[in-house]
Ligand binder design. Structure first.
Ligand code: UD1
Length: 409
């Protein structure tokens, strides 16, 4: 099978289109709901896009348009905040509704704002909006209090058009940050060090046209590889970047799965028993928080007690209660979950609470005896393209129900 393009790389790539009026062609963009939300936001901001031959194309822009991201869009997708840096850098002003809390905990954007202030922007909070203005940003040195993925991306885009040199310290090192730097470089930006903790950007006065293929989605691909280990299956993931998957592959091997990497493909199989693991999520190159829920489903089948320590987000254990309803034995204390395995999972009606939690429930359904109904799969559709079709191609019995039969309460 083949993973789609990375949602978390496609979103900043689309936001980067606001830095220029020149045409942009983005390949391997996944057709997921968050991408559609970002397209709507960009169209509102004067940068409409069209699907053409499986790629997203943005023509030449330049029409005067609003420079605000309204609440209606931001509330469904926090990553809308990614338009702030480009708007301020290019148009001198941006206004984005504050994202507020979300299902996986309080997620402030203070670091995005402190970084923009360091580049000379004036930040005001007004009626639930953050209003950022600067006639022209000026390069500066800024250190993030913690590595933030979208914060680093926002600042990279802002600094690309700032006057002079910007040095960003304690940057997020995720592959999606590196992918954005590649796109910006193709547009004419001067960036060094992406993928490391310190990134240096020499501002330029304008950016131009580019064509860019988004990296494969390590979280989507990783979800199916976990599925292979969970179901004693055998999955070959083609055309991926195995290096980006390394933190997961190491854990799958430790748990007893057979992992084979060859060029741009990874194969995961399991025949024998699963061993318990002790894993803590961490910024890249640590174990990704976006695979924590899926790994937890796997560990319900391990022979012994596993621990999962969530260090990146508060309140990212909402899948635990639903997994427990299927028969999992998981005890949560603060940021640590202890998973007592192996537990016989039984099909049940469960409810998705966020994007990755929904994936963990679908996986649990694959391992459970009987039928599982996962409700509220709009969460799933935010980040997984045609999951049911991909699972069916791998041999699973999965169906998308337009609406649950009348027996549902
Ligand atoms: C991105 C990903 C998301 C992933 C997360 C962590 C996108 C679109 N989303 O989210 O899927 O789960 O990285 O890998 O790429 N923080 C602050 N202040 C800030 C910014 C962040 O306190 O200004 C904190 C957050 O609350 C969190 C931590 O920093 O505890 C990391 O968050 P961050 O990397 O910013 O996550 P996102 O970029 O929102």
């Amino acid at each position: 099978m083949r993973a789609g393009g990375a949602k978390n790389a496609a979103l900043p790539a689309l936001a980067a289109a606001l830095l220029s009026d020149a045409p942009l062609r983005l390949e391997r963009v996944p057709r997921v709901r968050d991408v559609e939300t970002m397209r709507r936001l960009l169209a509102h901001l004067g940068r409409p896009s069209d699907w053409r031959d499986g790629a997203l194309e943005l023509g030449a822009g330049g029409v005067a348009s609003p420079d605000d991201a309204p609440y209606e869009l931001v509330k469904t997708m926090r990553a809308s905040v990614l338009v702030l840096g480009p708007l301020v850098a290019r148009r001198g002003h941006g206004r984005v509704s504050l994202p507020g809390g979300c299902a996986i905990g309080v997620r402030p954007i203070d670091q995005h704002l402190a970084g923009l202030e360091a580049l000379g922007a004036e930040v005001r909070l007004d009626h639930g909006y953050v209003d950022v203005a600067a006639p022209r940003l000026t390069g500066a040195r800024f250190r993030f209090a913690m590595p933030t993925v979208t914060g680093t991306e926002n600042l990279l885009m802002a600094a690309a058009l700032a006057r002079g040199t910007t040095v960003l310290d304690n940057c997020a090192r995720e592959p999606e940050v590196v992918d954005l730097a590649r796109l910006l470089t193709a547009m004419g930006a001067r960036i060094e060090g992406a993928g490391g903790a310190t990134i240096t950007i020499e501002g330029v006065s304008s950016l131009g046209a580019a064509r860019h293929a988004v990296i494969p989605d390590r979280i989507e691909g990783g979800t199916y590889l976990i599925g292979a280990a969970l179901t004693r299956g055998d999955v070959l993931l083609d055309d991926c970047l195995p290096g980006d998957l390394a933190p997961l592959l190491g854990e799958l091997e430790r748990a007893g799965a057979e992992v084979a990497v060859e060029g741009r493909s990874v194969r995961v199989r399991r025949d024998g028993p699963l061993a318990p693991l002790e894993v803590a999520t961490a910024p890249h190159p640590g174990f990704p928080t976006d695979l924590q829920a899926q790994l937890m489903t796997l560990l319900t089948q391990a022979e012994g007690v596993s621990t999962l320590h969530e260090t990146v987000f508060e309140n990212r254990f909402q899948h635990v209660a639903e997994l427990a309803r299927m028969g999992a034995d998981i005890r949560v204390e603060g940021h640590v979950a202890r998973i007592h395995g192996p537990a016989a999972l039984a099909g049940a009606e469960v409810m998705a609470t966020d994007l990755r939690a929904s994936a963990s429930l679908v996986l649990a359904g694959l391992a459970a005896e009987g039928e599982t109904y996962v409700d509220r799969i709009y969460h799933l559709d935010r980040g997984y393209e045609a999951m049911e079709a991909k699972l069916v191609a791998l041999g699973a019995a999965v169906e998308r129900l337009a609406a649950r039969a009348a027996s549902a309460p």
